[in-house]
Design a protein around this ligand. Structure first.
Ligand code: ZN
Length: 303
């Protein structure tokens, strides 16, 4: 009887320990599972995107810069710092009630003051091709490099911004929506072609989908049509390769990044705030919005 009892106690003890272990394992699995469901930082935009900071990359502000999207492996820990300025309209808006448009406008007067500021403070405007080459080769760009980008391809780019860029010999990139060309407010096809042939390398033409699509809400096939279609359409119009992309509304996730890379783009811009570029974020580069100011306020945006 005593022997039976001690065997049984040993058995119960074993089962108890096994039970504890199993319980702990279940809890651990649950923790791991649920923690992987949590998106991080500003990329909460879409839960498909998970963000982590790779070892060897200097920690950056909690927002986004210096993070990696899962699936894009960090190959070079070295990051470079080039402020990429984001413009939309460059015009004198006469309708003060159109607050959205007003908020997206830098007047030609202030754009010129900003270009003067860049010139007199020895800033160098660089192209996306130069940035890609620097990031991929590990070489640095001039210490005061800056990139200018203009989204949407509005007609005022041709009438107001382009002449100033030519005057100051400033490099810039425009993100054009080919499906909107020749519509009111947007550039005429012939204006875009003129920029492509006559800007002698000053202006890079990039794509911004065919119809300014919010890519994260589109079905995969539609997203492909919008991304690849904009590259193909623009290349036909300008007779030149189009390798730069910007996400309309700044919306992207892992799937859209894949589509952009496989379409043959080498670089893509987001609307995430920041000034640091590396191999990790070449397909969601941060940018900085600017407004109607120059001098110290503008200088602060370039830091
Ligand atoms: Zn846009």
């Amino acid at each position: 009887m005593g022997k039976y009892s001690s065997t049984r106690r040993a058995w119960e003890l074993t089962m108890f320990i096994l039970g504890l272990g199993l319980g702990a394992l279940i809890i651990l699995c649950a923790i791991v599972y649920y923690s992987r469901q949590l998106p991080a930082g500003i990329l909460d935009l879409d839960p498909l995107v998970r963000v982590y900071t790779p070892p060897g990359v200097e920690p950056l502000p909690a927002t986004i810069s210096g993070t990696v999207i899962e699936g894009i492996l960090p190959r070079a820990a070295k990051a470079i710092k080039v402020p990429i300025l984001l413009y939309h309209y460059v015009e004198y808006n006469h309708d003060p009630n159109d607050t959205i448009r007003m908020g997206l406008t830098v007047t030609p007067f202030w754009l010129e003051r900003q270009l003067q500021f860049l010139r007199s403070n020895n800033y160098v405007t660089v192209s996306p091709a130069q940035l890609v080459a620097a990031v991929n080769s590990g070489r640095t760009l001039p210490p005061k490099s800056v990139m200018l980008t203009f989204d949407d391809g509005y007609r005022d780019f041709y009438t107001d911004a382009y002449p100033l860029l030519l005057k100051y010999k400033a490099k810039a990139t425009i993100f054009v929506i080919p499906g909107f060309l020749d519509r009111p407010n947007f550039m005429y096809t012939r204006q875009l072609q003129e920029i492509a042939t006559q800007s002698s390398g000053l202006i890079t033409i990039g794509a911004h989908t065919v119809h300014h699509a919010a890519l994260t809400s589109e079905k995969t096939t539609k997203a492909w049509d919008e991304v690849y279609g904009s590259k193909e359409g623009l290349e036909k119009i300008i007779g030149r390769k189009v390798e730069v992309f910007a996400y309309p509304y700044g919306f992207f996730n892992q799937e859209t990044i894949k589509i952009v890379r496989r379409s043959g783009f080498t670089i893509a811009m987001s609307t995430i705030f920041g000034t640091t570029e590396s191999r990790e974020n070449l397909f969601y580069l941060p940018r900085i919005r600017v407004g109607n100011y120059a001098g110290e306020q503008f200088a602060a945006r370039l830091k």
